[in-house]
Design a protein around this ligand. Structure first.
Ligand code: DGL
Length: 267
């Protein structure tokens, strides 16, 4: 493995682009290979075994592309499969994402924190352990929002349609006393403005793209794998429809739409 090799980043669909955005900003010299597993979206309602199987297949694919690191840009897949991935690929830098419980626990004044995530994340033992470890004194309200994942996949991230879909869960958790809200799914930062409008400007919304990028930088640096010269790049791939991913990447990140492709093995 060498510094110029790519970093594989994946999610069930376009949600992980919110993490890719943070990585690209923090590490502009890196070559990023984004895989949207769109043929299998959403992960949040699938069994743990299915999500694990997808993670292992995608890790093998990244290794075949000579990736030096893998970012699991999905809370659901991290909860289900990160331990398995690390056991299978001990030499690969593997970074996962977790809901930002710790900063939310520091920010809350009411002592009540709301967490929006997928059903899979909220039901996982890894999430239960995170809450126990980082916020034992805090009342945590969980709210699965599978409909938000689909909303982002359709690209309807603003306007009345987005406002309508975010309103009920946000109102529900605020009514129960939450004064800090955790966006515990990588799709949700794309609904940030709609959620903030509903919650009010004083309610902090916590996401994890920035911390993930910093952890990645740190681990690459430690192993002497950080790219130090030249311009980086973004390659977009999907197990589903390339035109859809291209359109979404253009809409969400301003990347060139025509760049997205479905590799032969998934066509
Ligand atoms: N973006 C993912 C997450 O962070 C998965 C959403 C889904 O596919 O259900 O959990």
């Amino acid at each position: 493995m060498h510094a110029p090799h790519p970093i594989g980043v994946y999610d069930s669909g376009v949600g992980g682009l919110s993490v890719l955005r943070a990585i690209r900003d923090a590490l502009p010299r890196e070559h990023l290979l984004y895989l949207a597993d769109s043929a299998h979206v959403p992960y949040g309602e699938k069994t743990q075994e299915t999500v694990q199987q997808r993670a292992l297949a995608i890790a093998d694919y990244f290794v075949s592309r000579r990736a030096k690191a893998m970012v699991v840009a999905c809370n659901t897949a991290t909860a289900a499969a990160i331990a398995l991935l690390r056991a299978r690929h001990p030499d690969l830098v593997i970074i996962g994402v977790e809901p930002a419980i710790k900063p939310a626990a520091h920010l809350t004044r009411s002592g009540v924190v709301g967490v929006f995530a997928t059903t899979g994340t909220l039901a996982s033992p890894k999430f239960a352990a995170l809450v126990q470890r980082e916020a034992p004194e805090i009342r945590i309200l969980f709210r699965p929002c599978p409909e938000w994942v689909l909303q982002v996949e359709r690209g309807e991230i603003d306007g009345p349609a987005a406002a309508r879909v975010v309103a009920p869960p946000v109102r529900e958790l605020l009514a129960q006393g939450a004064d800090a809200l955790v966006l515990g799914c990588t799709h949700f930062p794309f609904l940030h403005d709609a959620i903030q409008a509903e919650a009010g400007a004083s309610v902090p919304l916590l996401e994890t793209g920035g911390p993930v990028a910093r952890r990645l930088r740190h681990q690459l640096q430690e192993r002497g794998l950080l790219a130090t010269d030249g311009a980086g790049s973004v390659t977009l791939e999907t197990t589903g429809d390339a035109a859809t991913l291209g359109r979404m990447a253009a809409q969400l990140l301003g990347l060139p739409a025509e760049a997205a492709q479905t590799p032969a093995r998934w066509r």
